[in-house]
Ligand binder design. Sequence first.
Ligand SMILES: O=C(O)CCC(=O)C(=O)O
Length: 271
Amino acid sequence: MSNAMTADARGRHPEVFTYPEFTSREANHYREQGYVHLGRTLTAEGLQQVRDQVMQAWTAEKGAFDPQGTWLHNALLPDIHHLSDLVRTYYFNGPMVAIAEQLIGPNIKAVTSQLTFKMRGNTMPFAWHQDNVYGELDPYNAITCLTALDDADVKNGCLRLIPGSHREGQADYRHTEEDRRAQRAVELAVDDSRAIPIPMKAGECLIFHCHMLHHSEGNRAKDRDRRLMLFRYADADAVEVYHDRRPRLGRLLRGRTLFPEVETFEADLSG
Ligand SMILES: O=C(O)CCC(=O)C(=O)O
């Protein structure tokens, strides 16, 4: 799985990706509400290929769902772009990169890729959190992009979020180095009555701000999986506040960076 895909003259891959409009209407919604449901970003063919490739990786790593397994074992597989060439192209060169430029600025790096799965039988919820509490990045304008690989609704544990909560800023919560090492889940106390579910169709993408309060319930649909793929994009000079403000390593996708270690990070990976 190492071949780079060939792009068309506009640098696009229309056979596998769909390029949603992102106008001032969507940008304003993002600014006010902290999220935008982009609609479809994978074609039917793209969705099929992504599912096939990530399931090979997931099954090789995790095997079948294990009710005795830890939350981490059952839910997360990091760096999925190392394990699938199509995911790598989607992450480095897919439709969300131009949107990241609009929302963040001209200098962009790709800072996280992971699968976040709740297979049928996995009734463990994800607690309320902000993605910037797990790993505080400065500047505070990183975005998360969730691509649904299954139809997701309330029954199988779709995302729930609090519109506008990104305007409340970084949550006052200490996720210590030890918590990080032990990979403990962040659990923020929030007013759940302000939350709304965000149902998604497979192949659609949702973008939200790094301060968006969000969580999801367990998968209570006995016959359906709820598979998501998560990417984060940040300013190319974003630093890890919790790590002596060292630069977050991530592949430089657009523009330039002050940090040589970012300039070279994953530069040899085709995408
Ligand atoms: O998979 C989910 O339901 C939640 C994922 C999530 O919130 C995250 O990984 O930040």
